[in-house]
Design a binder for this molecule. Structure first.
Ligand code: NAD
Length: 421
């Protein structure tokens, strides 16, 4: 039976009721659902093995975005975020996109780039030639480091070399192209880059300083695109507003930074929930946005001949289903199970779709009533809590502030005082 991620009224349910639905959708065990409901589901001894100098854990809310359909498959998307309105906006946008046939997505092979920095080679051109001549030996030496990756069809597949001019003179940069399969690959690539260093020094006659992965993963791209009917968006004026917003972001780095942040709101929430490396994704996205010399938007929205909205996004997506914290963090494991992706490629495509949805959600609000209405009504609850409201008082204080259009801590305190008199 095909599963549907359309769950009407999901947001009105209690966390326990929502979890019961997710349990059914993803086939979670009783143990897994119990773990999700615990206040602290990351045991301190596990945390202590993950990083250094551990003194506690830092919990974040974990939610699920609904309505997502990517390449014909339905997904419930786990998202960890401290920002209100992200999950609601993603779910709403995914619903509008669904009306236009859902998201379509594709990705390249999961190839990461490892860089080896050669300094002081007497003849960089000749060094480069020697590296190319010895390509087979270099790749073999790299692949000898990771028989497991090789067994999955991955490994060092190719290399390149470039000469760059820097403030400290010419450098020869050897680049190793490693197919990381279902791993993000930083450890795998760094190990290979370090292992081939003596051979590269011998071939080039230079000294190697850095040997490390590049987060500008231009060989590991994910793309998503969609069509949104104008009726679903609220009419032609909204389509026009979003197209103008997109043109603004394309032309102006100040707007592009916020435009891209909007897309990353969604992507990073999934990256966090699944224990992946969010710094790698953010660095990659922003560097990719600036690749042509000026920082621009990673997504594009235009009006098509029918007057409907068409959108697309493309960015590097170095993510893994194994490695790093993905398998060690108990909640990340469950989040991955909820998402139900079978490969890092499929994962990267869903992430691109989430980015496009999040971007659309923000642009629709901006092009329509402005972002603050939806945002502030959710944010009001945070303000109410900050002012000291508890239990049912949180919503009472928040609702009053939204009605009055005064979402501020001082006003929340006044209302709270009034209500508790
Ligand atoms: P990893 O080394 O933990 O796991 C990858 C290894 O798992 C592979 O080398 C392979 O031997 C094995 N493997 C088993 N099944 C596999 C499969 N199906 N596909 C691929 N490999 C499989 O992790 P990693 O992905 O190499 O590195 C990710 C970690 O590196 C993250 O925690 C990241 O934060 C960290 N890191 C990032 C950077 C950076 O982005 N600049 C730098 C250093 C470290």
């Amino acid at each position: 039976m095909t599963k549907s991620s359309v769950i009407s009224g999901f947001y009105k349910l209690s966390p326990k009721e929502r979890l019961a639905i997710v349990k059914d959708f993803a086939g979670l065990t009783d143990e897994e659902t119990q773990l999700l409901l615990q206040t602290c589901s990351l045991p301190i001894d596990v945390a202590d093995h993950m990083i250094e100098n551990v003194i506690g854990v830092f919990p974040e809310p974990l939610g699920v975005a609904v309505n997502f359909q990517v390449n014909g498959k339905d997904y419930l998307v786990p998202m960890a975020t401290e920002e209100p309105s992200v999950i609601a906006a993603a779910s709403f946008a995914a619903k509008m996109v669904r009306d236009g046939g859902g998201f379509h997505a594709s990705s390249t092979e999961p190839v990461m780039i490892g860089q080896i920095q050669v300094v002081g080679a007497k003849d960089a051109q000749l060094g480069k030639k020697h590296v190319f001549d010895a390509k087979a030996a270099v790749l073999k030496m790299a692949n000898d480091q990771d028989p497991v990756l090789n067994s999955f069809g991955g490994g060092a597949k190719d290399l390149d070399a470039k000469i760059i001019e820097t403030p400290l003179g010419q450098m020869l940069i050897v680049e190793l192209y490693v197919d990381c399969r279902d791993a993000m690959g930083a450890n795998a690539v760094n190990t290979m880059a370090e292992a081939i260093t003596p051979l590269v020094e011998q071939l080039t006659g230079g000294h190697v300083y850095l040997r490390i992965i590049s987060n500008l993963a231009t060989k590991r791209l994910a793309k998503a695109w969609c069509t949104v009917p104008k009726e679903s968006l609220g009419g032609q004026a909204v389509v026009d507003g979003i197209a103008y917003a997109s043109a603004f972001a394309a032309a102006d780095p100040f707007r592009a930074a916020t435009h891209n942040k909007g897309a990353l709101n969604g992507i990073i929430a999934v990256i966090l929930a699944t224990g992946n490396d969010h710094r790698a994704i953010e660095a990659g996205a922003h560097a990719y946005a600036a690749l042509k010399g000026s920082y621009t938007s990673i997504s594009k929205w235009t009006k098509n001949v029918n007057g409907d909205l068409e959108g697309s996004i493309e960015l590097p997506m170095a993510v893994g289903l194994i490695g790093g914290a993905v398998k060690t963090h108990p909640i990340a494991r469950i989040a991955m199970k909820i998402l139900g992706v079978k490969s890092a490629n499929e994962f990267s495509e869903v992430l691109a779709a989430v980015g496009l949805a999040q971007n659309l959600g923000a642009l629709r609000a901006l092009a329509n009533e402005g972002i603050q209405r939806g945002h502030m009504s959710l944010h009001a609850r945070n303000i109410a809590i900050t002012a000291g409201a508890k239990d049912e008082l949180i919503d009472l204080v928040a609702d009053r502030m939204v009605k009055e259009r005064k979402v501020r801590v001082d006003r929340a305190k006044e209302i709270l005082e009034e209500l508790t008199k």
